[in-house]
Design a protein around this ligand. Sequence first.
Ligand code: UDX
Length: 460
Amino acid sequence: MSTTHKAHCLILPYPVQGHINPMLQFSKRLQSKGVNITIAPTKSFLKTMQELPTSVSIEAISDGYDDGGIDQEESFLAYITRFKEVGSDTLTQLIKKLENCECPVNCIVYDPFLPWAVEIAKDFGLVSAAFFTRNCVVDNIYYHVHKGVLKLPPTQVDGQILIPGLLSTIESSDVPSFESSPQSDKLVEMLVNQFSNLEKVDWVLINSFYELEKKVIDWMAKLYPIKTIGPTIPSMYLDKRLPNDKEYGLSLFKPMAKECLNWLNHHTISSVVYVSFGSMAKLEAEQMEELAWGLKNSNKNFLWVVRSTEESKLPKNFIEELKLASENQGFVVSWCPQLQVLEHKSIGCFLTHSGWNSTLEAISLGVPMVTMPQWSDQPTNAKLVQDVWEMGVRAKQDEKGIVRREIIEESIKLVMEEEKGKVIRENAKKWKEFARNAVDEGGSSDKNIEEFVSSLMTIS
Ligand code: UDX
């Protein structure tokens, strides 16, 4: 016999914006289906946020660096080691504290960058769910690195690589890439470690949707209890707004919302290129210069996010000249409300670094892409965008690793106006529908979320 009871998920994100936001959006979906939610970010991360979510309960834990004072890139190994020690303790205390509430925690949804959370879930007899913020193809690649089938960087420098479960062979330039340094080696180790104890977990949740990567999901589902639950973008940008979905998401930087939207309002339908390289990528000064002239020479209007730390790499007087030019061709901002921008009718193309959140947002809002991947999972995402989903083109680098201005100009024109790009523009509309259907009632992701929720609410 089975009975129903209330469910309470404790959500443990890895403390960077690109990881916490998908988990926050997923939490709101769980909440809309009756699950109690407590999000447990680190105290140091909370201090960096512009605004905090109001619709979910927040209980901070400690990574051992509550006053900040750590540069995660400088001492990555020290950071994750201390996070494991102090985080395990403070997470344990939090679960104990919540044991006394009306509805105690019965599940931990954790970022697999923090695999130690599984042991804590087991100690307390809780359900454990790993939440992978990237797509399944990328996870499959890291899985095969974990199994020793593939090395990162790949040893076959120019060759074709065959990875079980993928659609076809891929080039070495399409697998995730990391610079060669001890810090990067640690990052790769962490990515691979996501699989170190995955056989112990009850659920593996993937921030993607079934229609996007059927074959690899079916393949991975033979190994792990995989469920796709995406796209995890705020419901207000999909067809149906959830009642509890009031805010946009968390942001590290203050968006220049009014300025961006005012500027876009002055442009005609599908006429603007939106350009952004996410929250972390650092471009070479030479690449910034090529990009600036590529955008200018395309003669398209462009809204370009250049984070304040990147601004000094712009060509001399570039911003001043844009402001003086009468045709109002381009606008450079330090940060924008990306979803509002992507959904604006004036946007005709997204020139992106292909971070997974940006890619999933462009898919969900039907915006065709020109991709300029920089590192990490971005080359793989760019490969999928161009060759599998056919909703964009990858602007090719030269032998120095720079994408030249002519290529940027050609790629933008292909995506926005040429006959050859028509299929890309049509596919963008098609994938938007698939994305929305997936999270709509009865869609592939919605069914998976329902299944997850009802398992938490039923005791046999
Ligand atoms: C990082 C990695 O770079 C990426 O490869 C990986 O897939 C996730 O972690 P990031 O570089 O920040 O993330 O890129 P991305 O995943 O695309 O996330 C950027 C987020 O910032 C998006 O949600 C986007 O909407 C938001 N954003 C970006 C803004 O809100 N405003 C901006 O001006 C730019």
